[in-house]
Write a protein that binds this ligand. Sequence first.
Ligand SMILES: Cc1cc2nc3c(=O)[nH]c(=O)nc-3n(C[C@H](O)[C@H](O)[C@H](O)COP(=O)(O)OP(=O)(O)OC[C@H]3O[C@@H](n4cnc5c(N)ncnc54)[C@H](O)[C@@H]3O)c2cc1C
Length: 411
Amino acid sequence: MTEKSEWAVPRLSDKVAADLWLPGEILDVRARAREFADDVLRPAAHGLNCTAETREGFRHDIFKAIAAAGLYKVPYGLDVGGLGLEFPVLATLTVMEELAYYSPGVASAMFDGQAILVGKTLDIAGGATREKWLPGIVRGDYVAAFATSEPEASTDLSIASLKTVAEPADGGWRINGRKRWITNSVAAERVLLLCRTGDAMTTFFVDMKDPGVTVSDPDLKMGNHPQLTADIRFDGVFVADQDVIGGVGAGLRTALGGLALGRMGIGAAGVGMAQRALDVAAAYSSQRLVYGRPIAAFQHWQFRFAEHALAIETARSLYQKAGTNFDRGGPSEPLAAMSKIKGSEIAVDVARDAIQACGGYGFAREIKGAEWLWPLESIYRDAKIGEIYEGANEVQKWLIARHLLGRSITG
Ligand SMILES: Cc1cc2nc3c(=O)[nH]c(=O)nc-3n(C[C@H](O)[C@H](O)[C@H](O)COP(=O)(O)OP(=O)(O)OC[C@H]3O[C@@H](n4cnc5c(N)ncnc54)[C@H](O)[C@@H]3O)c2cc1C
């Protein structure tokens, strides 16, 4: 592996009062997460983002470093070993932005998947499973996965579509089925699993070492390479009653609660990616000369960068508002859907334009004779999935319209 690092450039978000309304505790979390990202993720980013997926490829070193930096404490209360913040979700989203600035795949797998989808679902569900399993997530003792999607059911998680079934057995449940795209599954010790139980759905916290659980090799994807996804098969797997999360029949509500916060996280990750792309493009085009002038001296690029800074700030404000509203006891929707759409769209738009401004340097991930590694190629690849996963953006627009117009019209 090369010893070169990705280019360090000034953060333009510092020039637009991006955190103006944020409480002091969030500024502290931002500073801590940024220090971690600069020190640990930037030097590792190229290897993380540009190495194809393998079964052994889960980066336990990065996972442990996130835990050692105390970042898994951010989302939770003091009683389970967390920081006990007044605005835990807002703080969690701030960490997502900082991690995604250098590695969207790490942010998505090791923070959104681990700490939001699994950790916050356990947190919100409460009860004995929260007390038993959440402190281990907070300490970073074990890797976990969240599984709702199946080969024939992802966007549509209706009873009619879901094929993974749990049937009552002596002292618990017997599970058969197959999940697809499950982040962290190759390394996970536990999976939070949505199953059909009769004419309702139930969520279980299943031990991945149980007989009958098998994980395929990881999928080979366009981007987010450190986010290892794979199929998990369940062949007659027994789960005890005590590992039901959130109550029998309450599975869909339990899973959707975590997914709504996850969607805010995808919005925040989009902001991080877009910010990194803009920062690199602005720094490069301010020093690269064409026709005797910096590229940034052409008004075309000044307007483009101004438009992107405006879009990024809008998306950042949206995820901050979504997190703050939830922390104050408000509903997650429609702000979660709005922040997911805006953040994921700008990540793709800004990355595409940043590559254009940097020309061949934008298109390459490594130029052998150059001092730095180039991040724009991987940001462009990593950005696209944000418009698709954790609820495709079309479905998010439907959800917003439902809030505006009512179910009787939108269905
Ligand atoms: C990298 C990655 C990580 C993932 N991690 C996980 C994980 O950890 N756990 C998990 O359970 N799942 C995970 N997923 C699954 C992911 O959430 C699904 O891929 C996503 O929900 C889309 O499902 P699908 O690919 O089956 O697309 P489909 O459901 O088949 O949808 C395809 C397309 O149809 C369109 N569409 C769908 N519904 C509508 C509508 N109502 N109106 C208009 N258009 C519509 C959208 O454009 C959508 O993109 C992951 C996927 C990826 C790629």
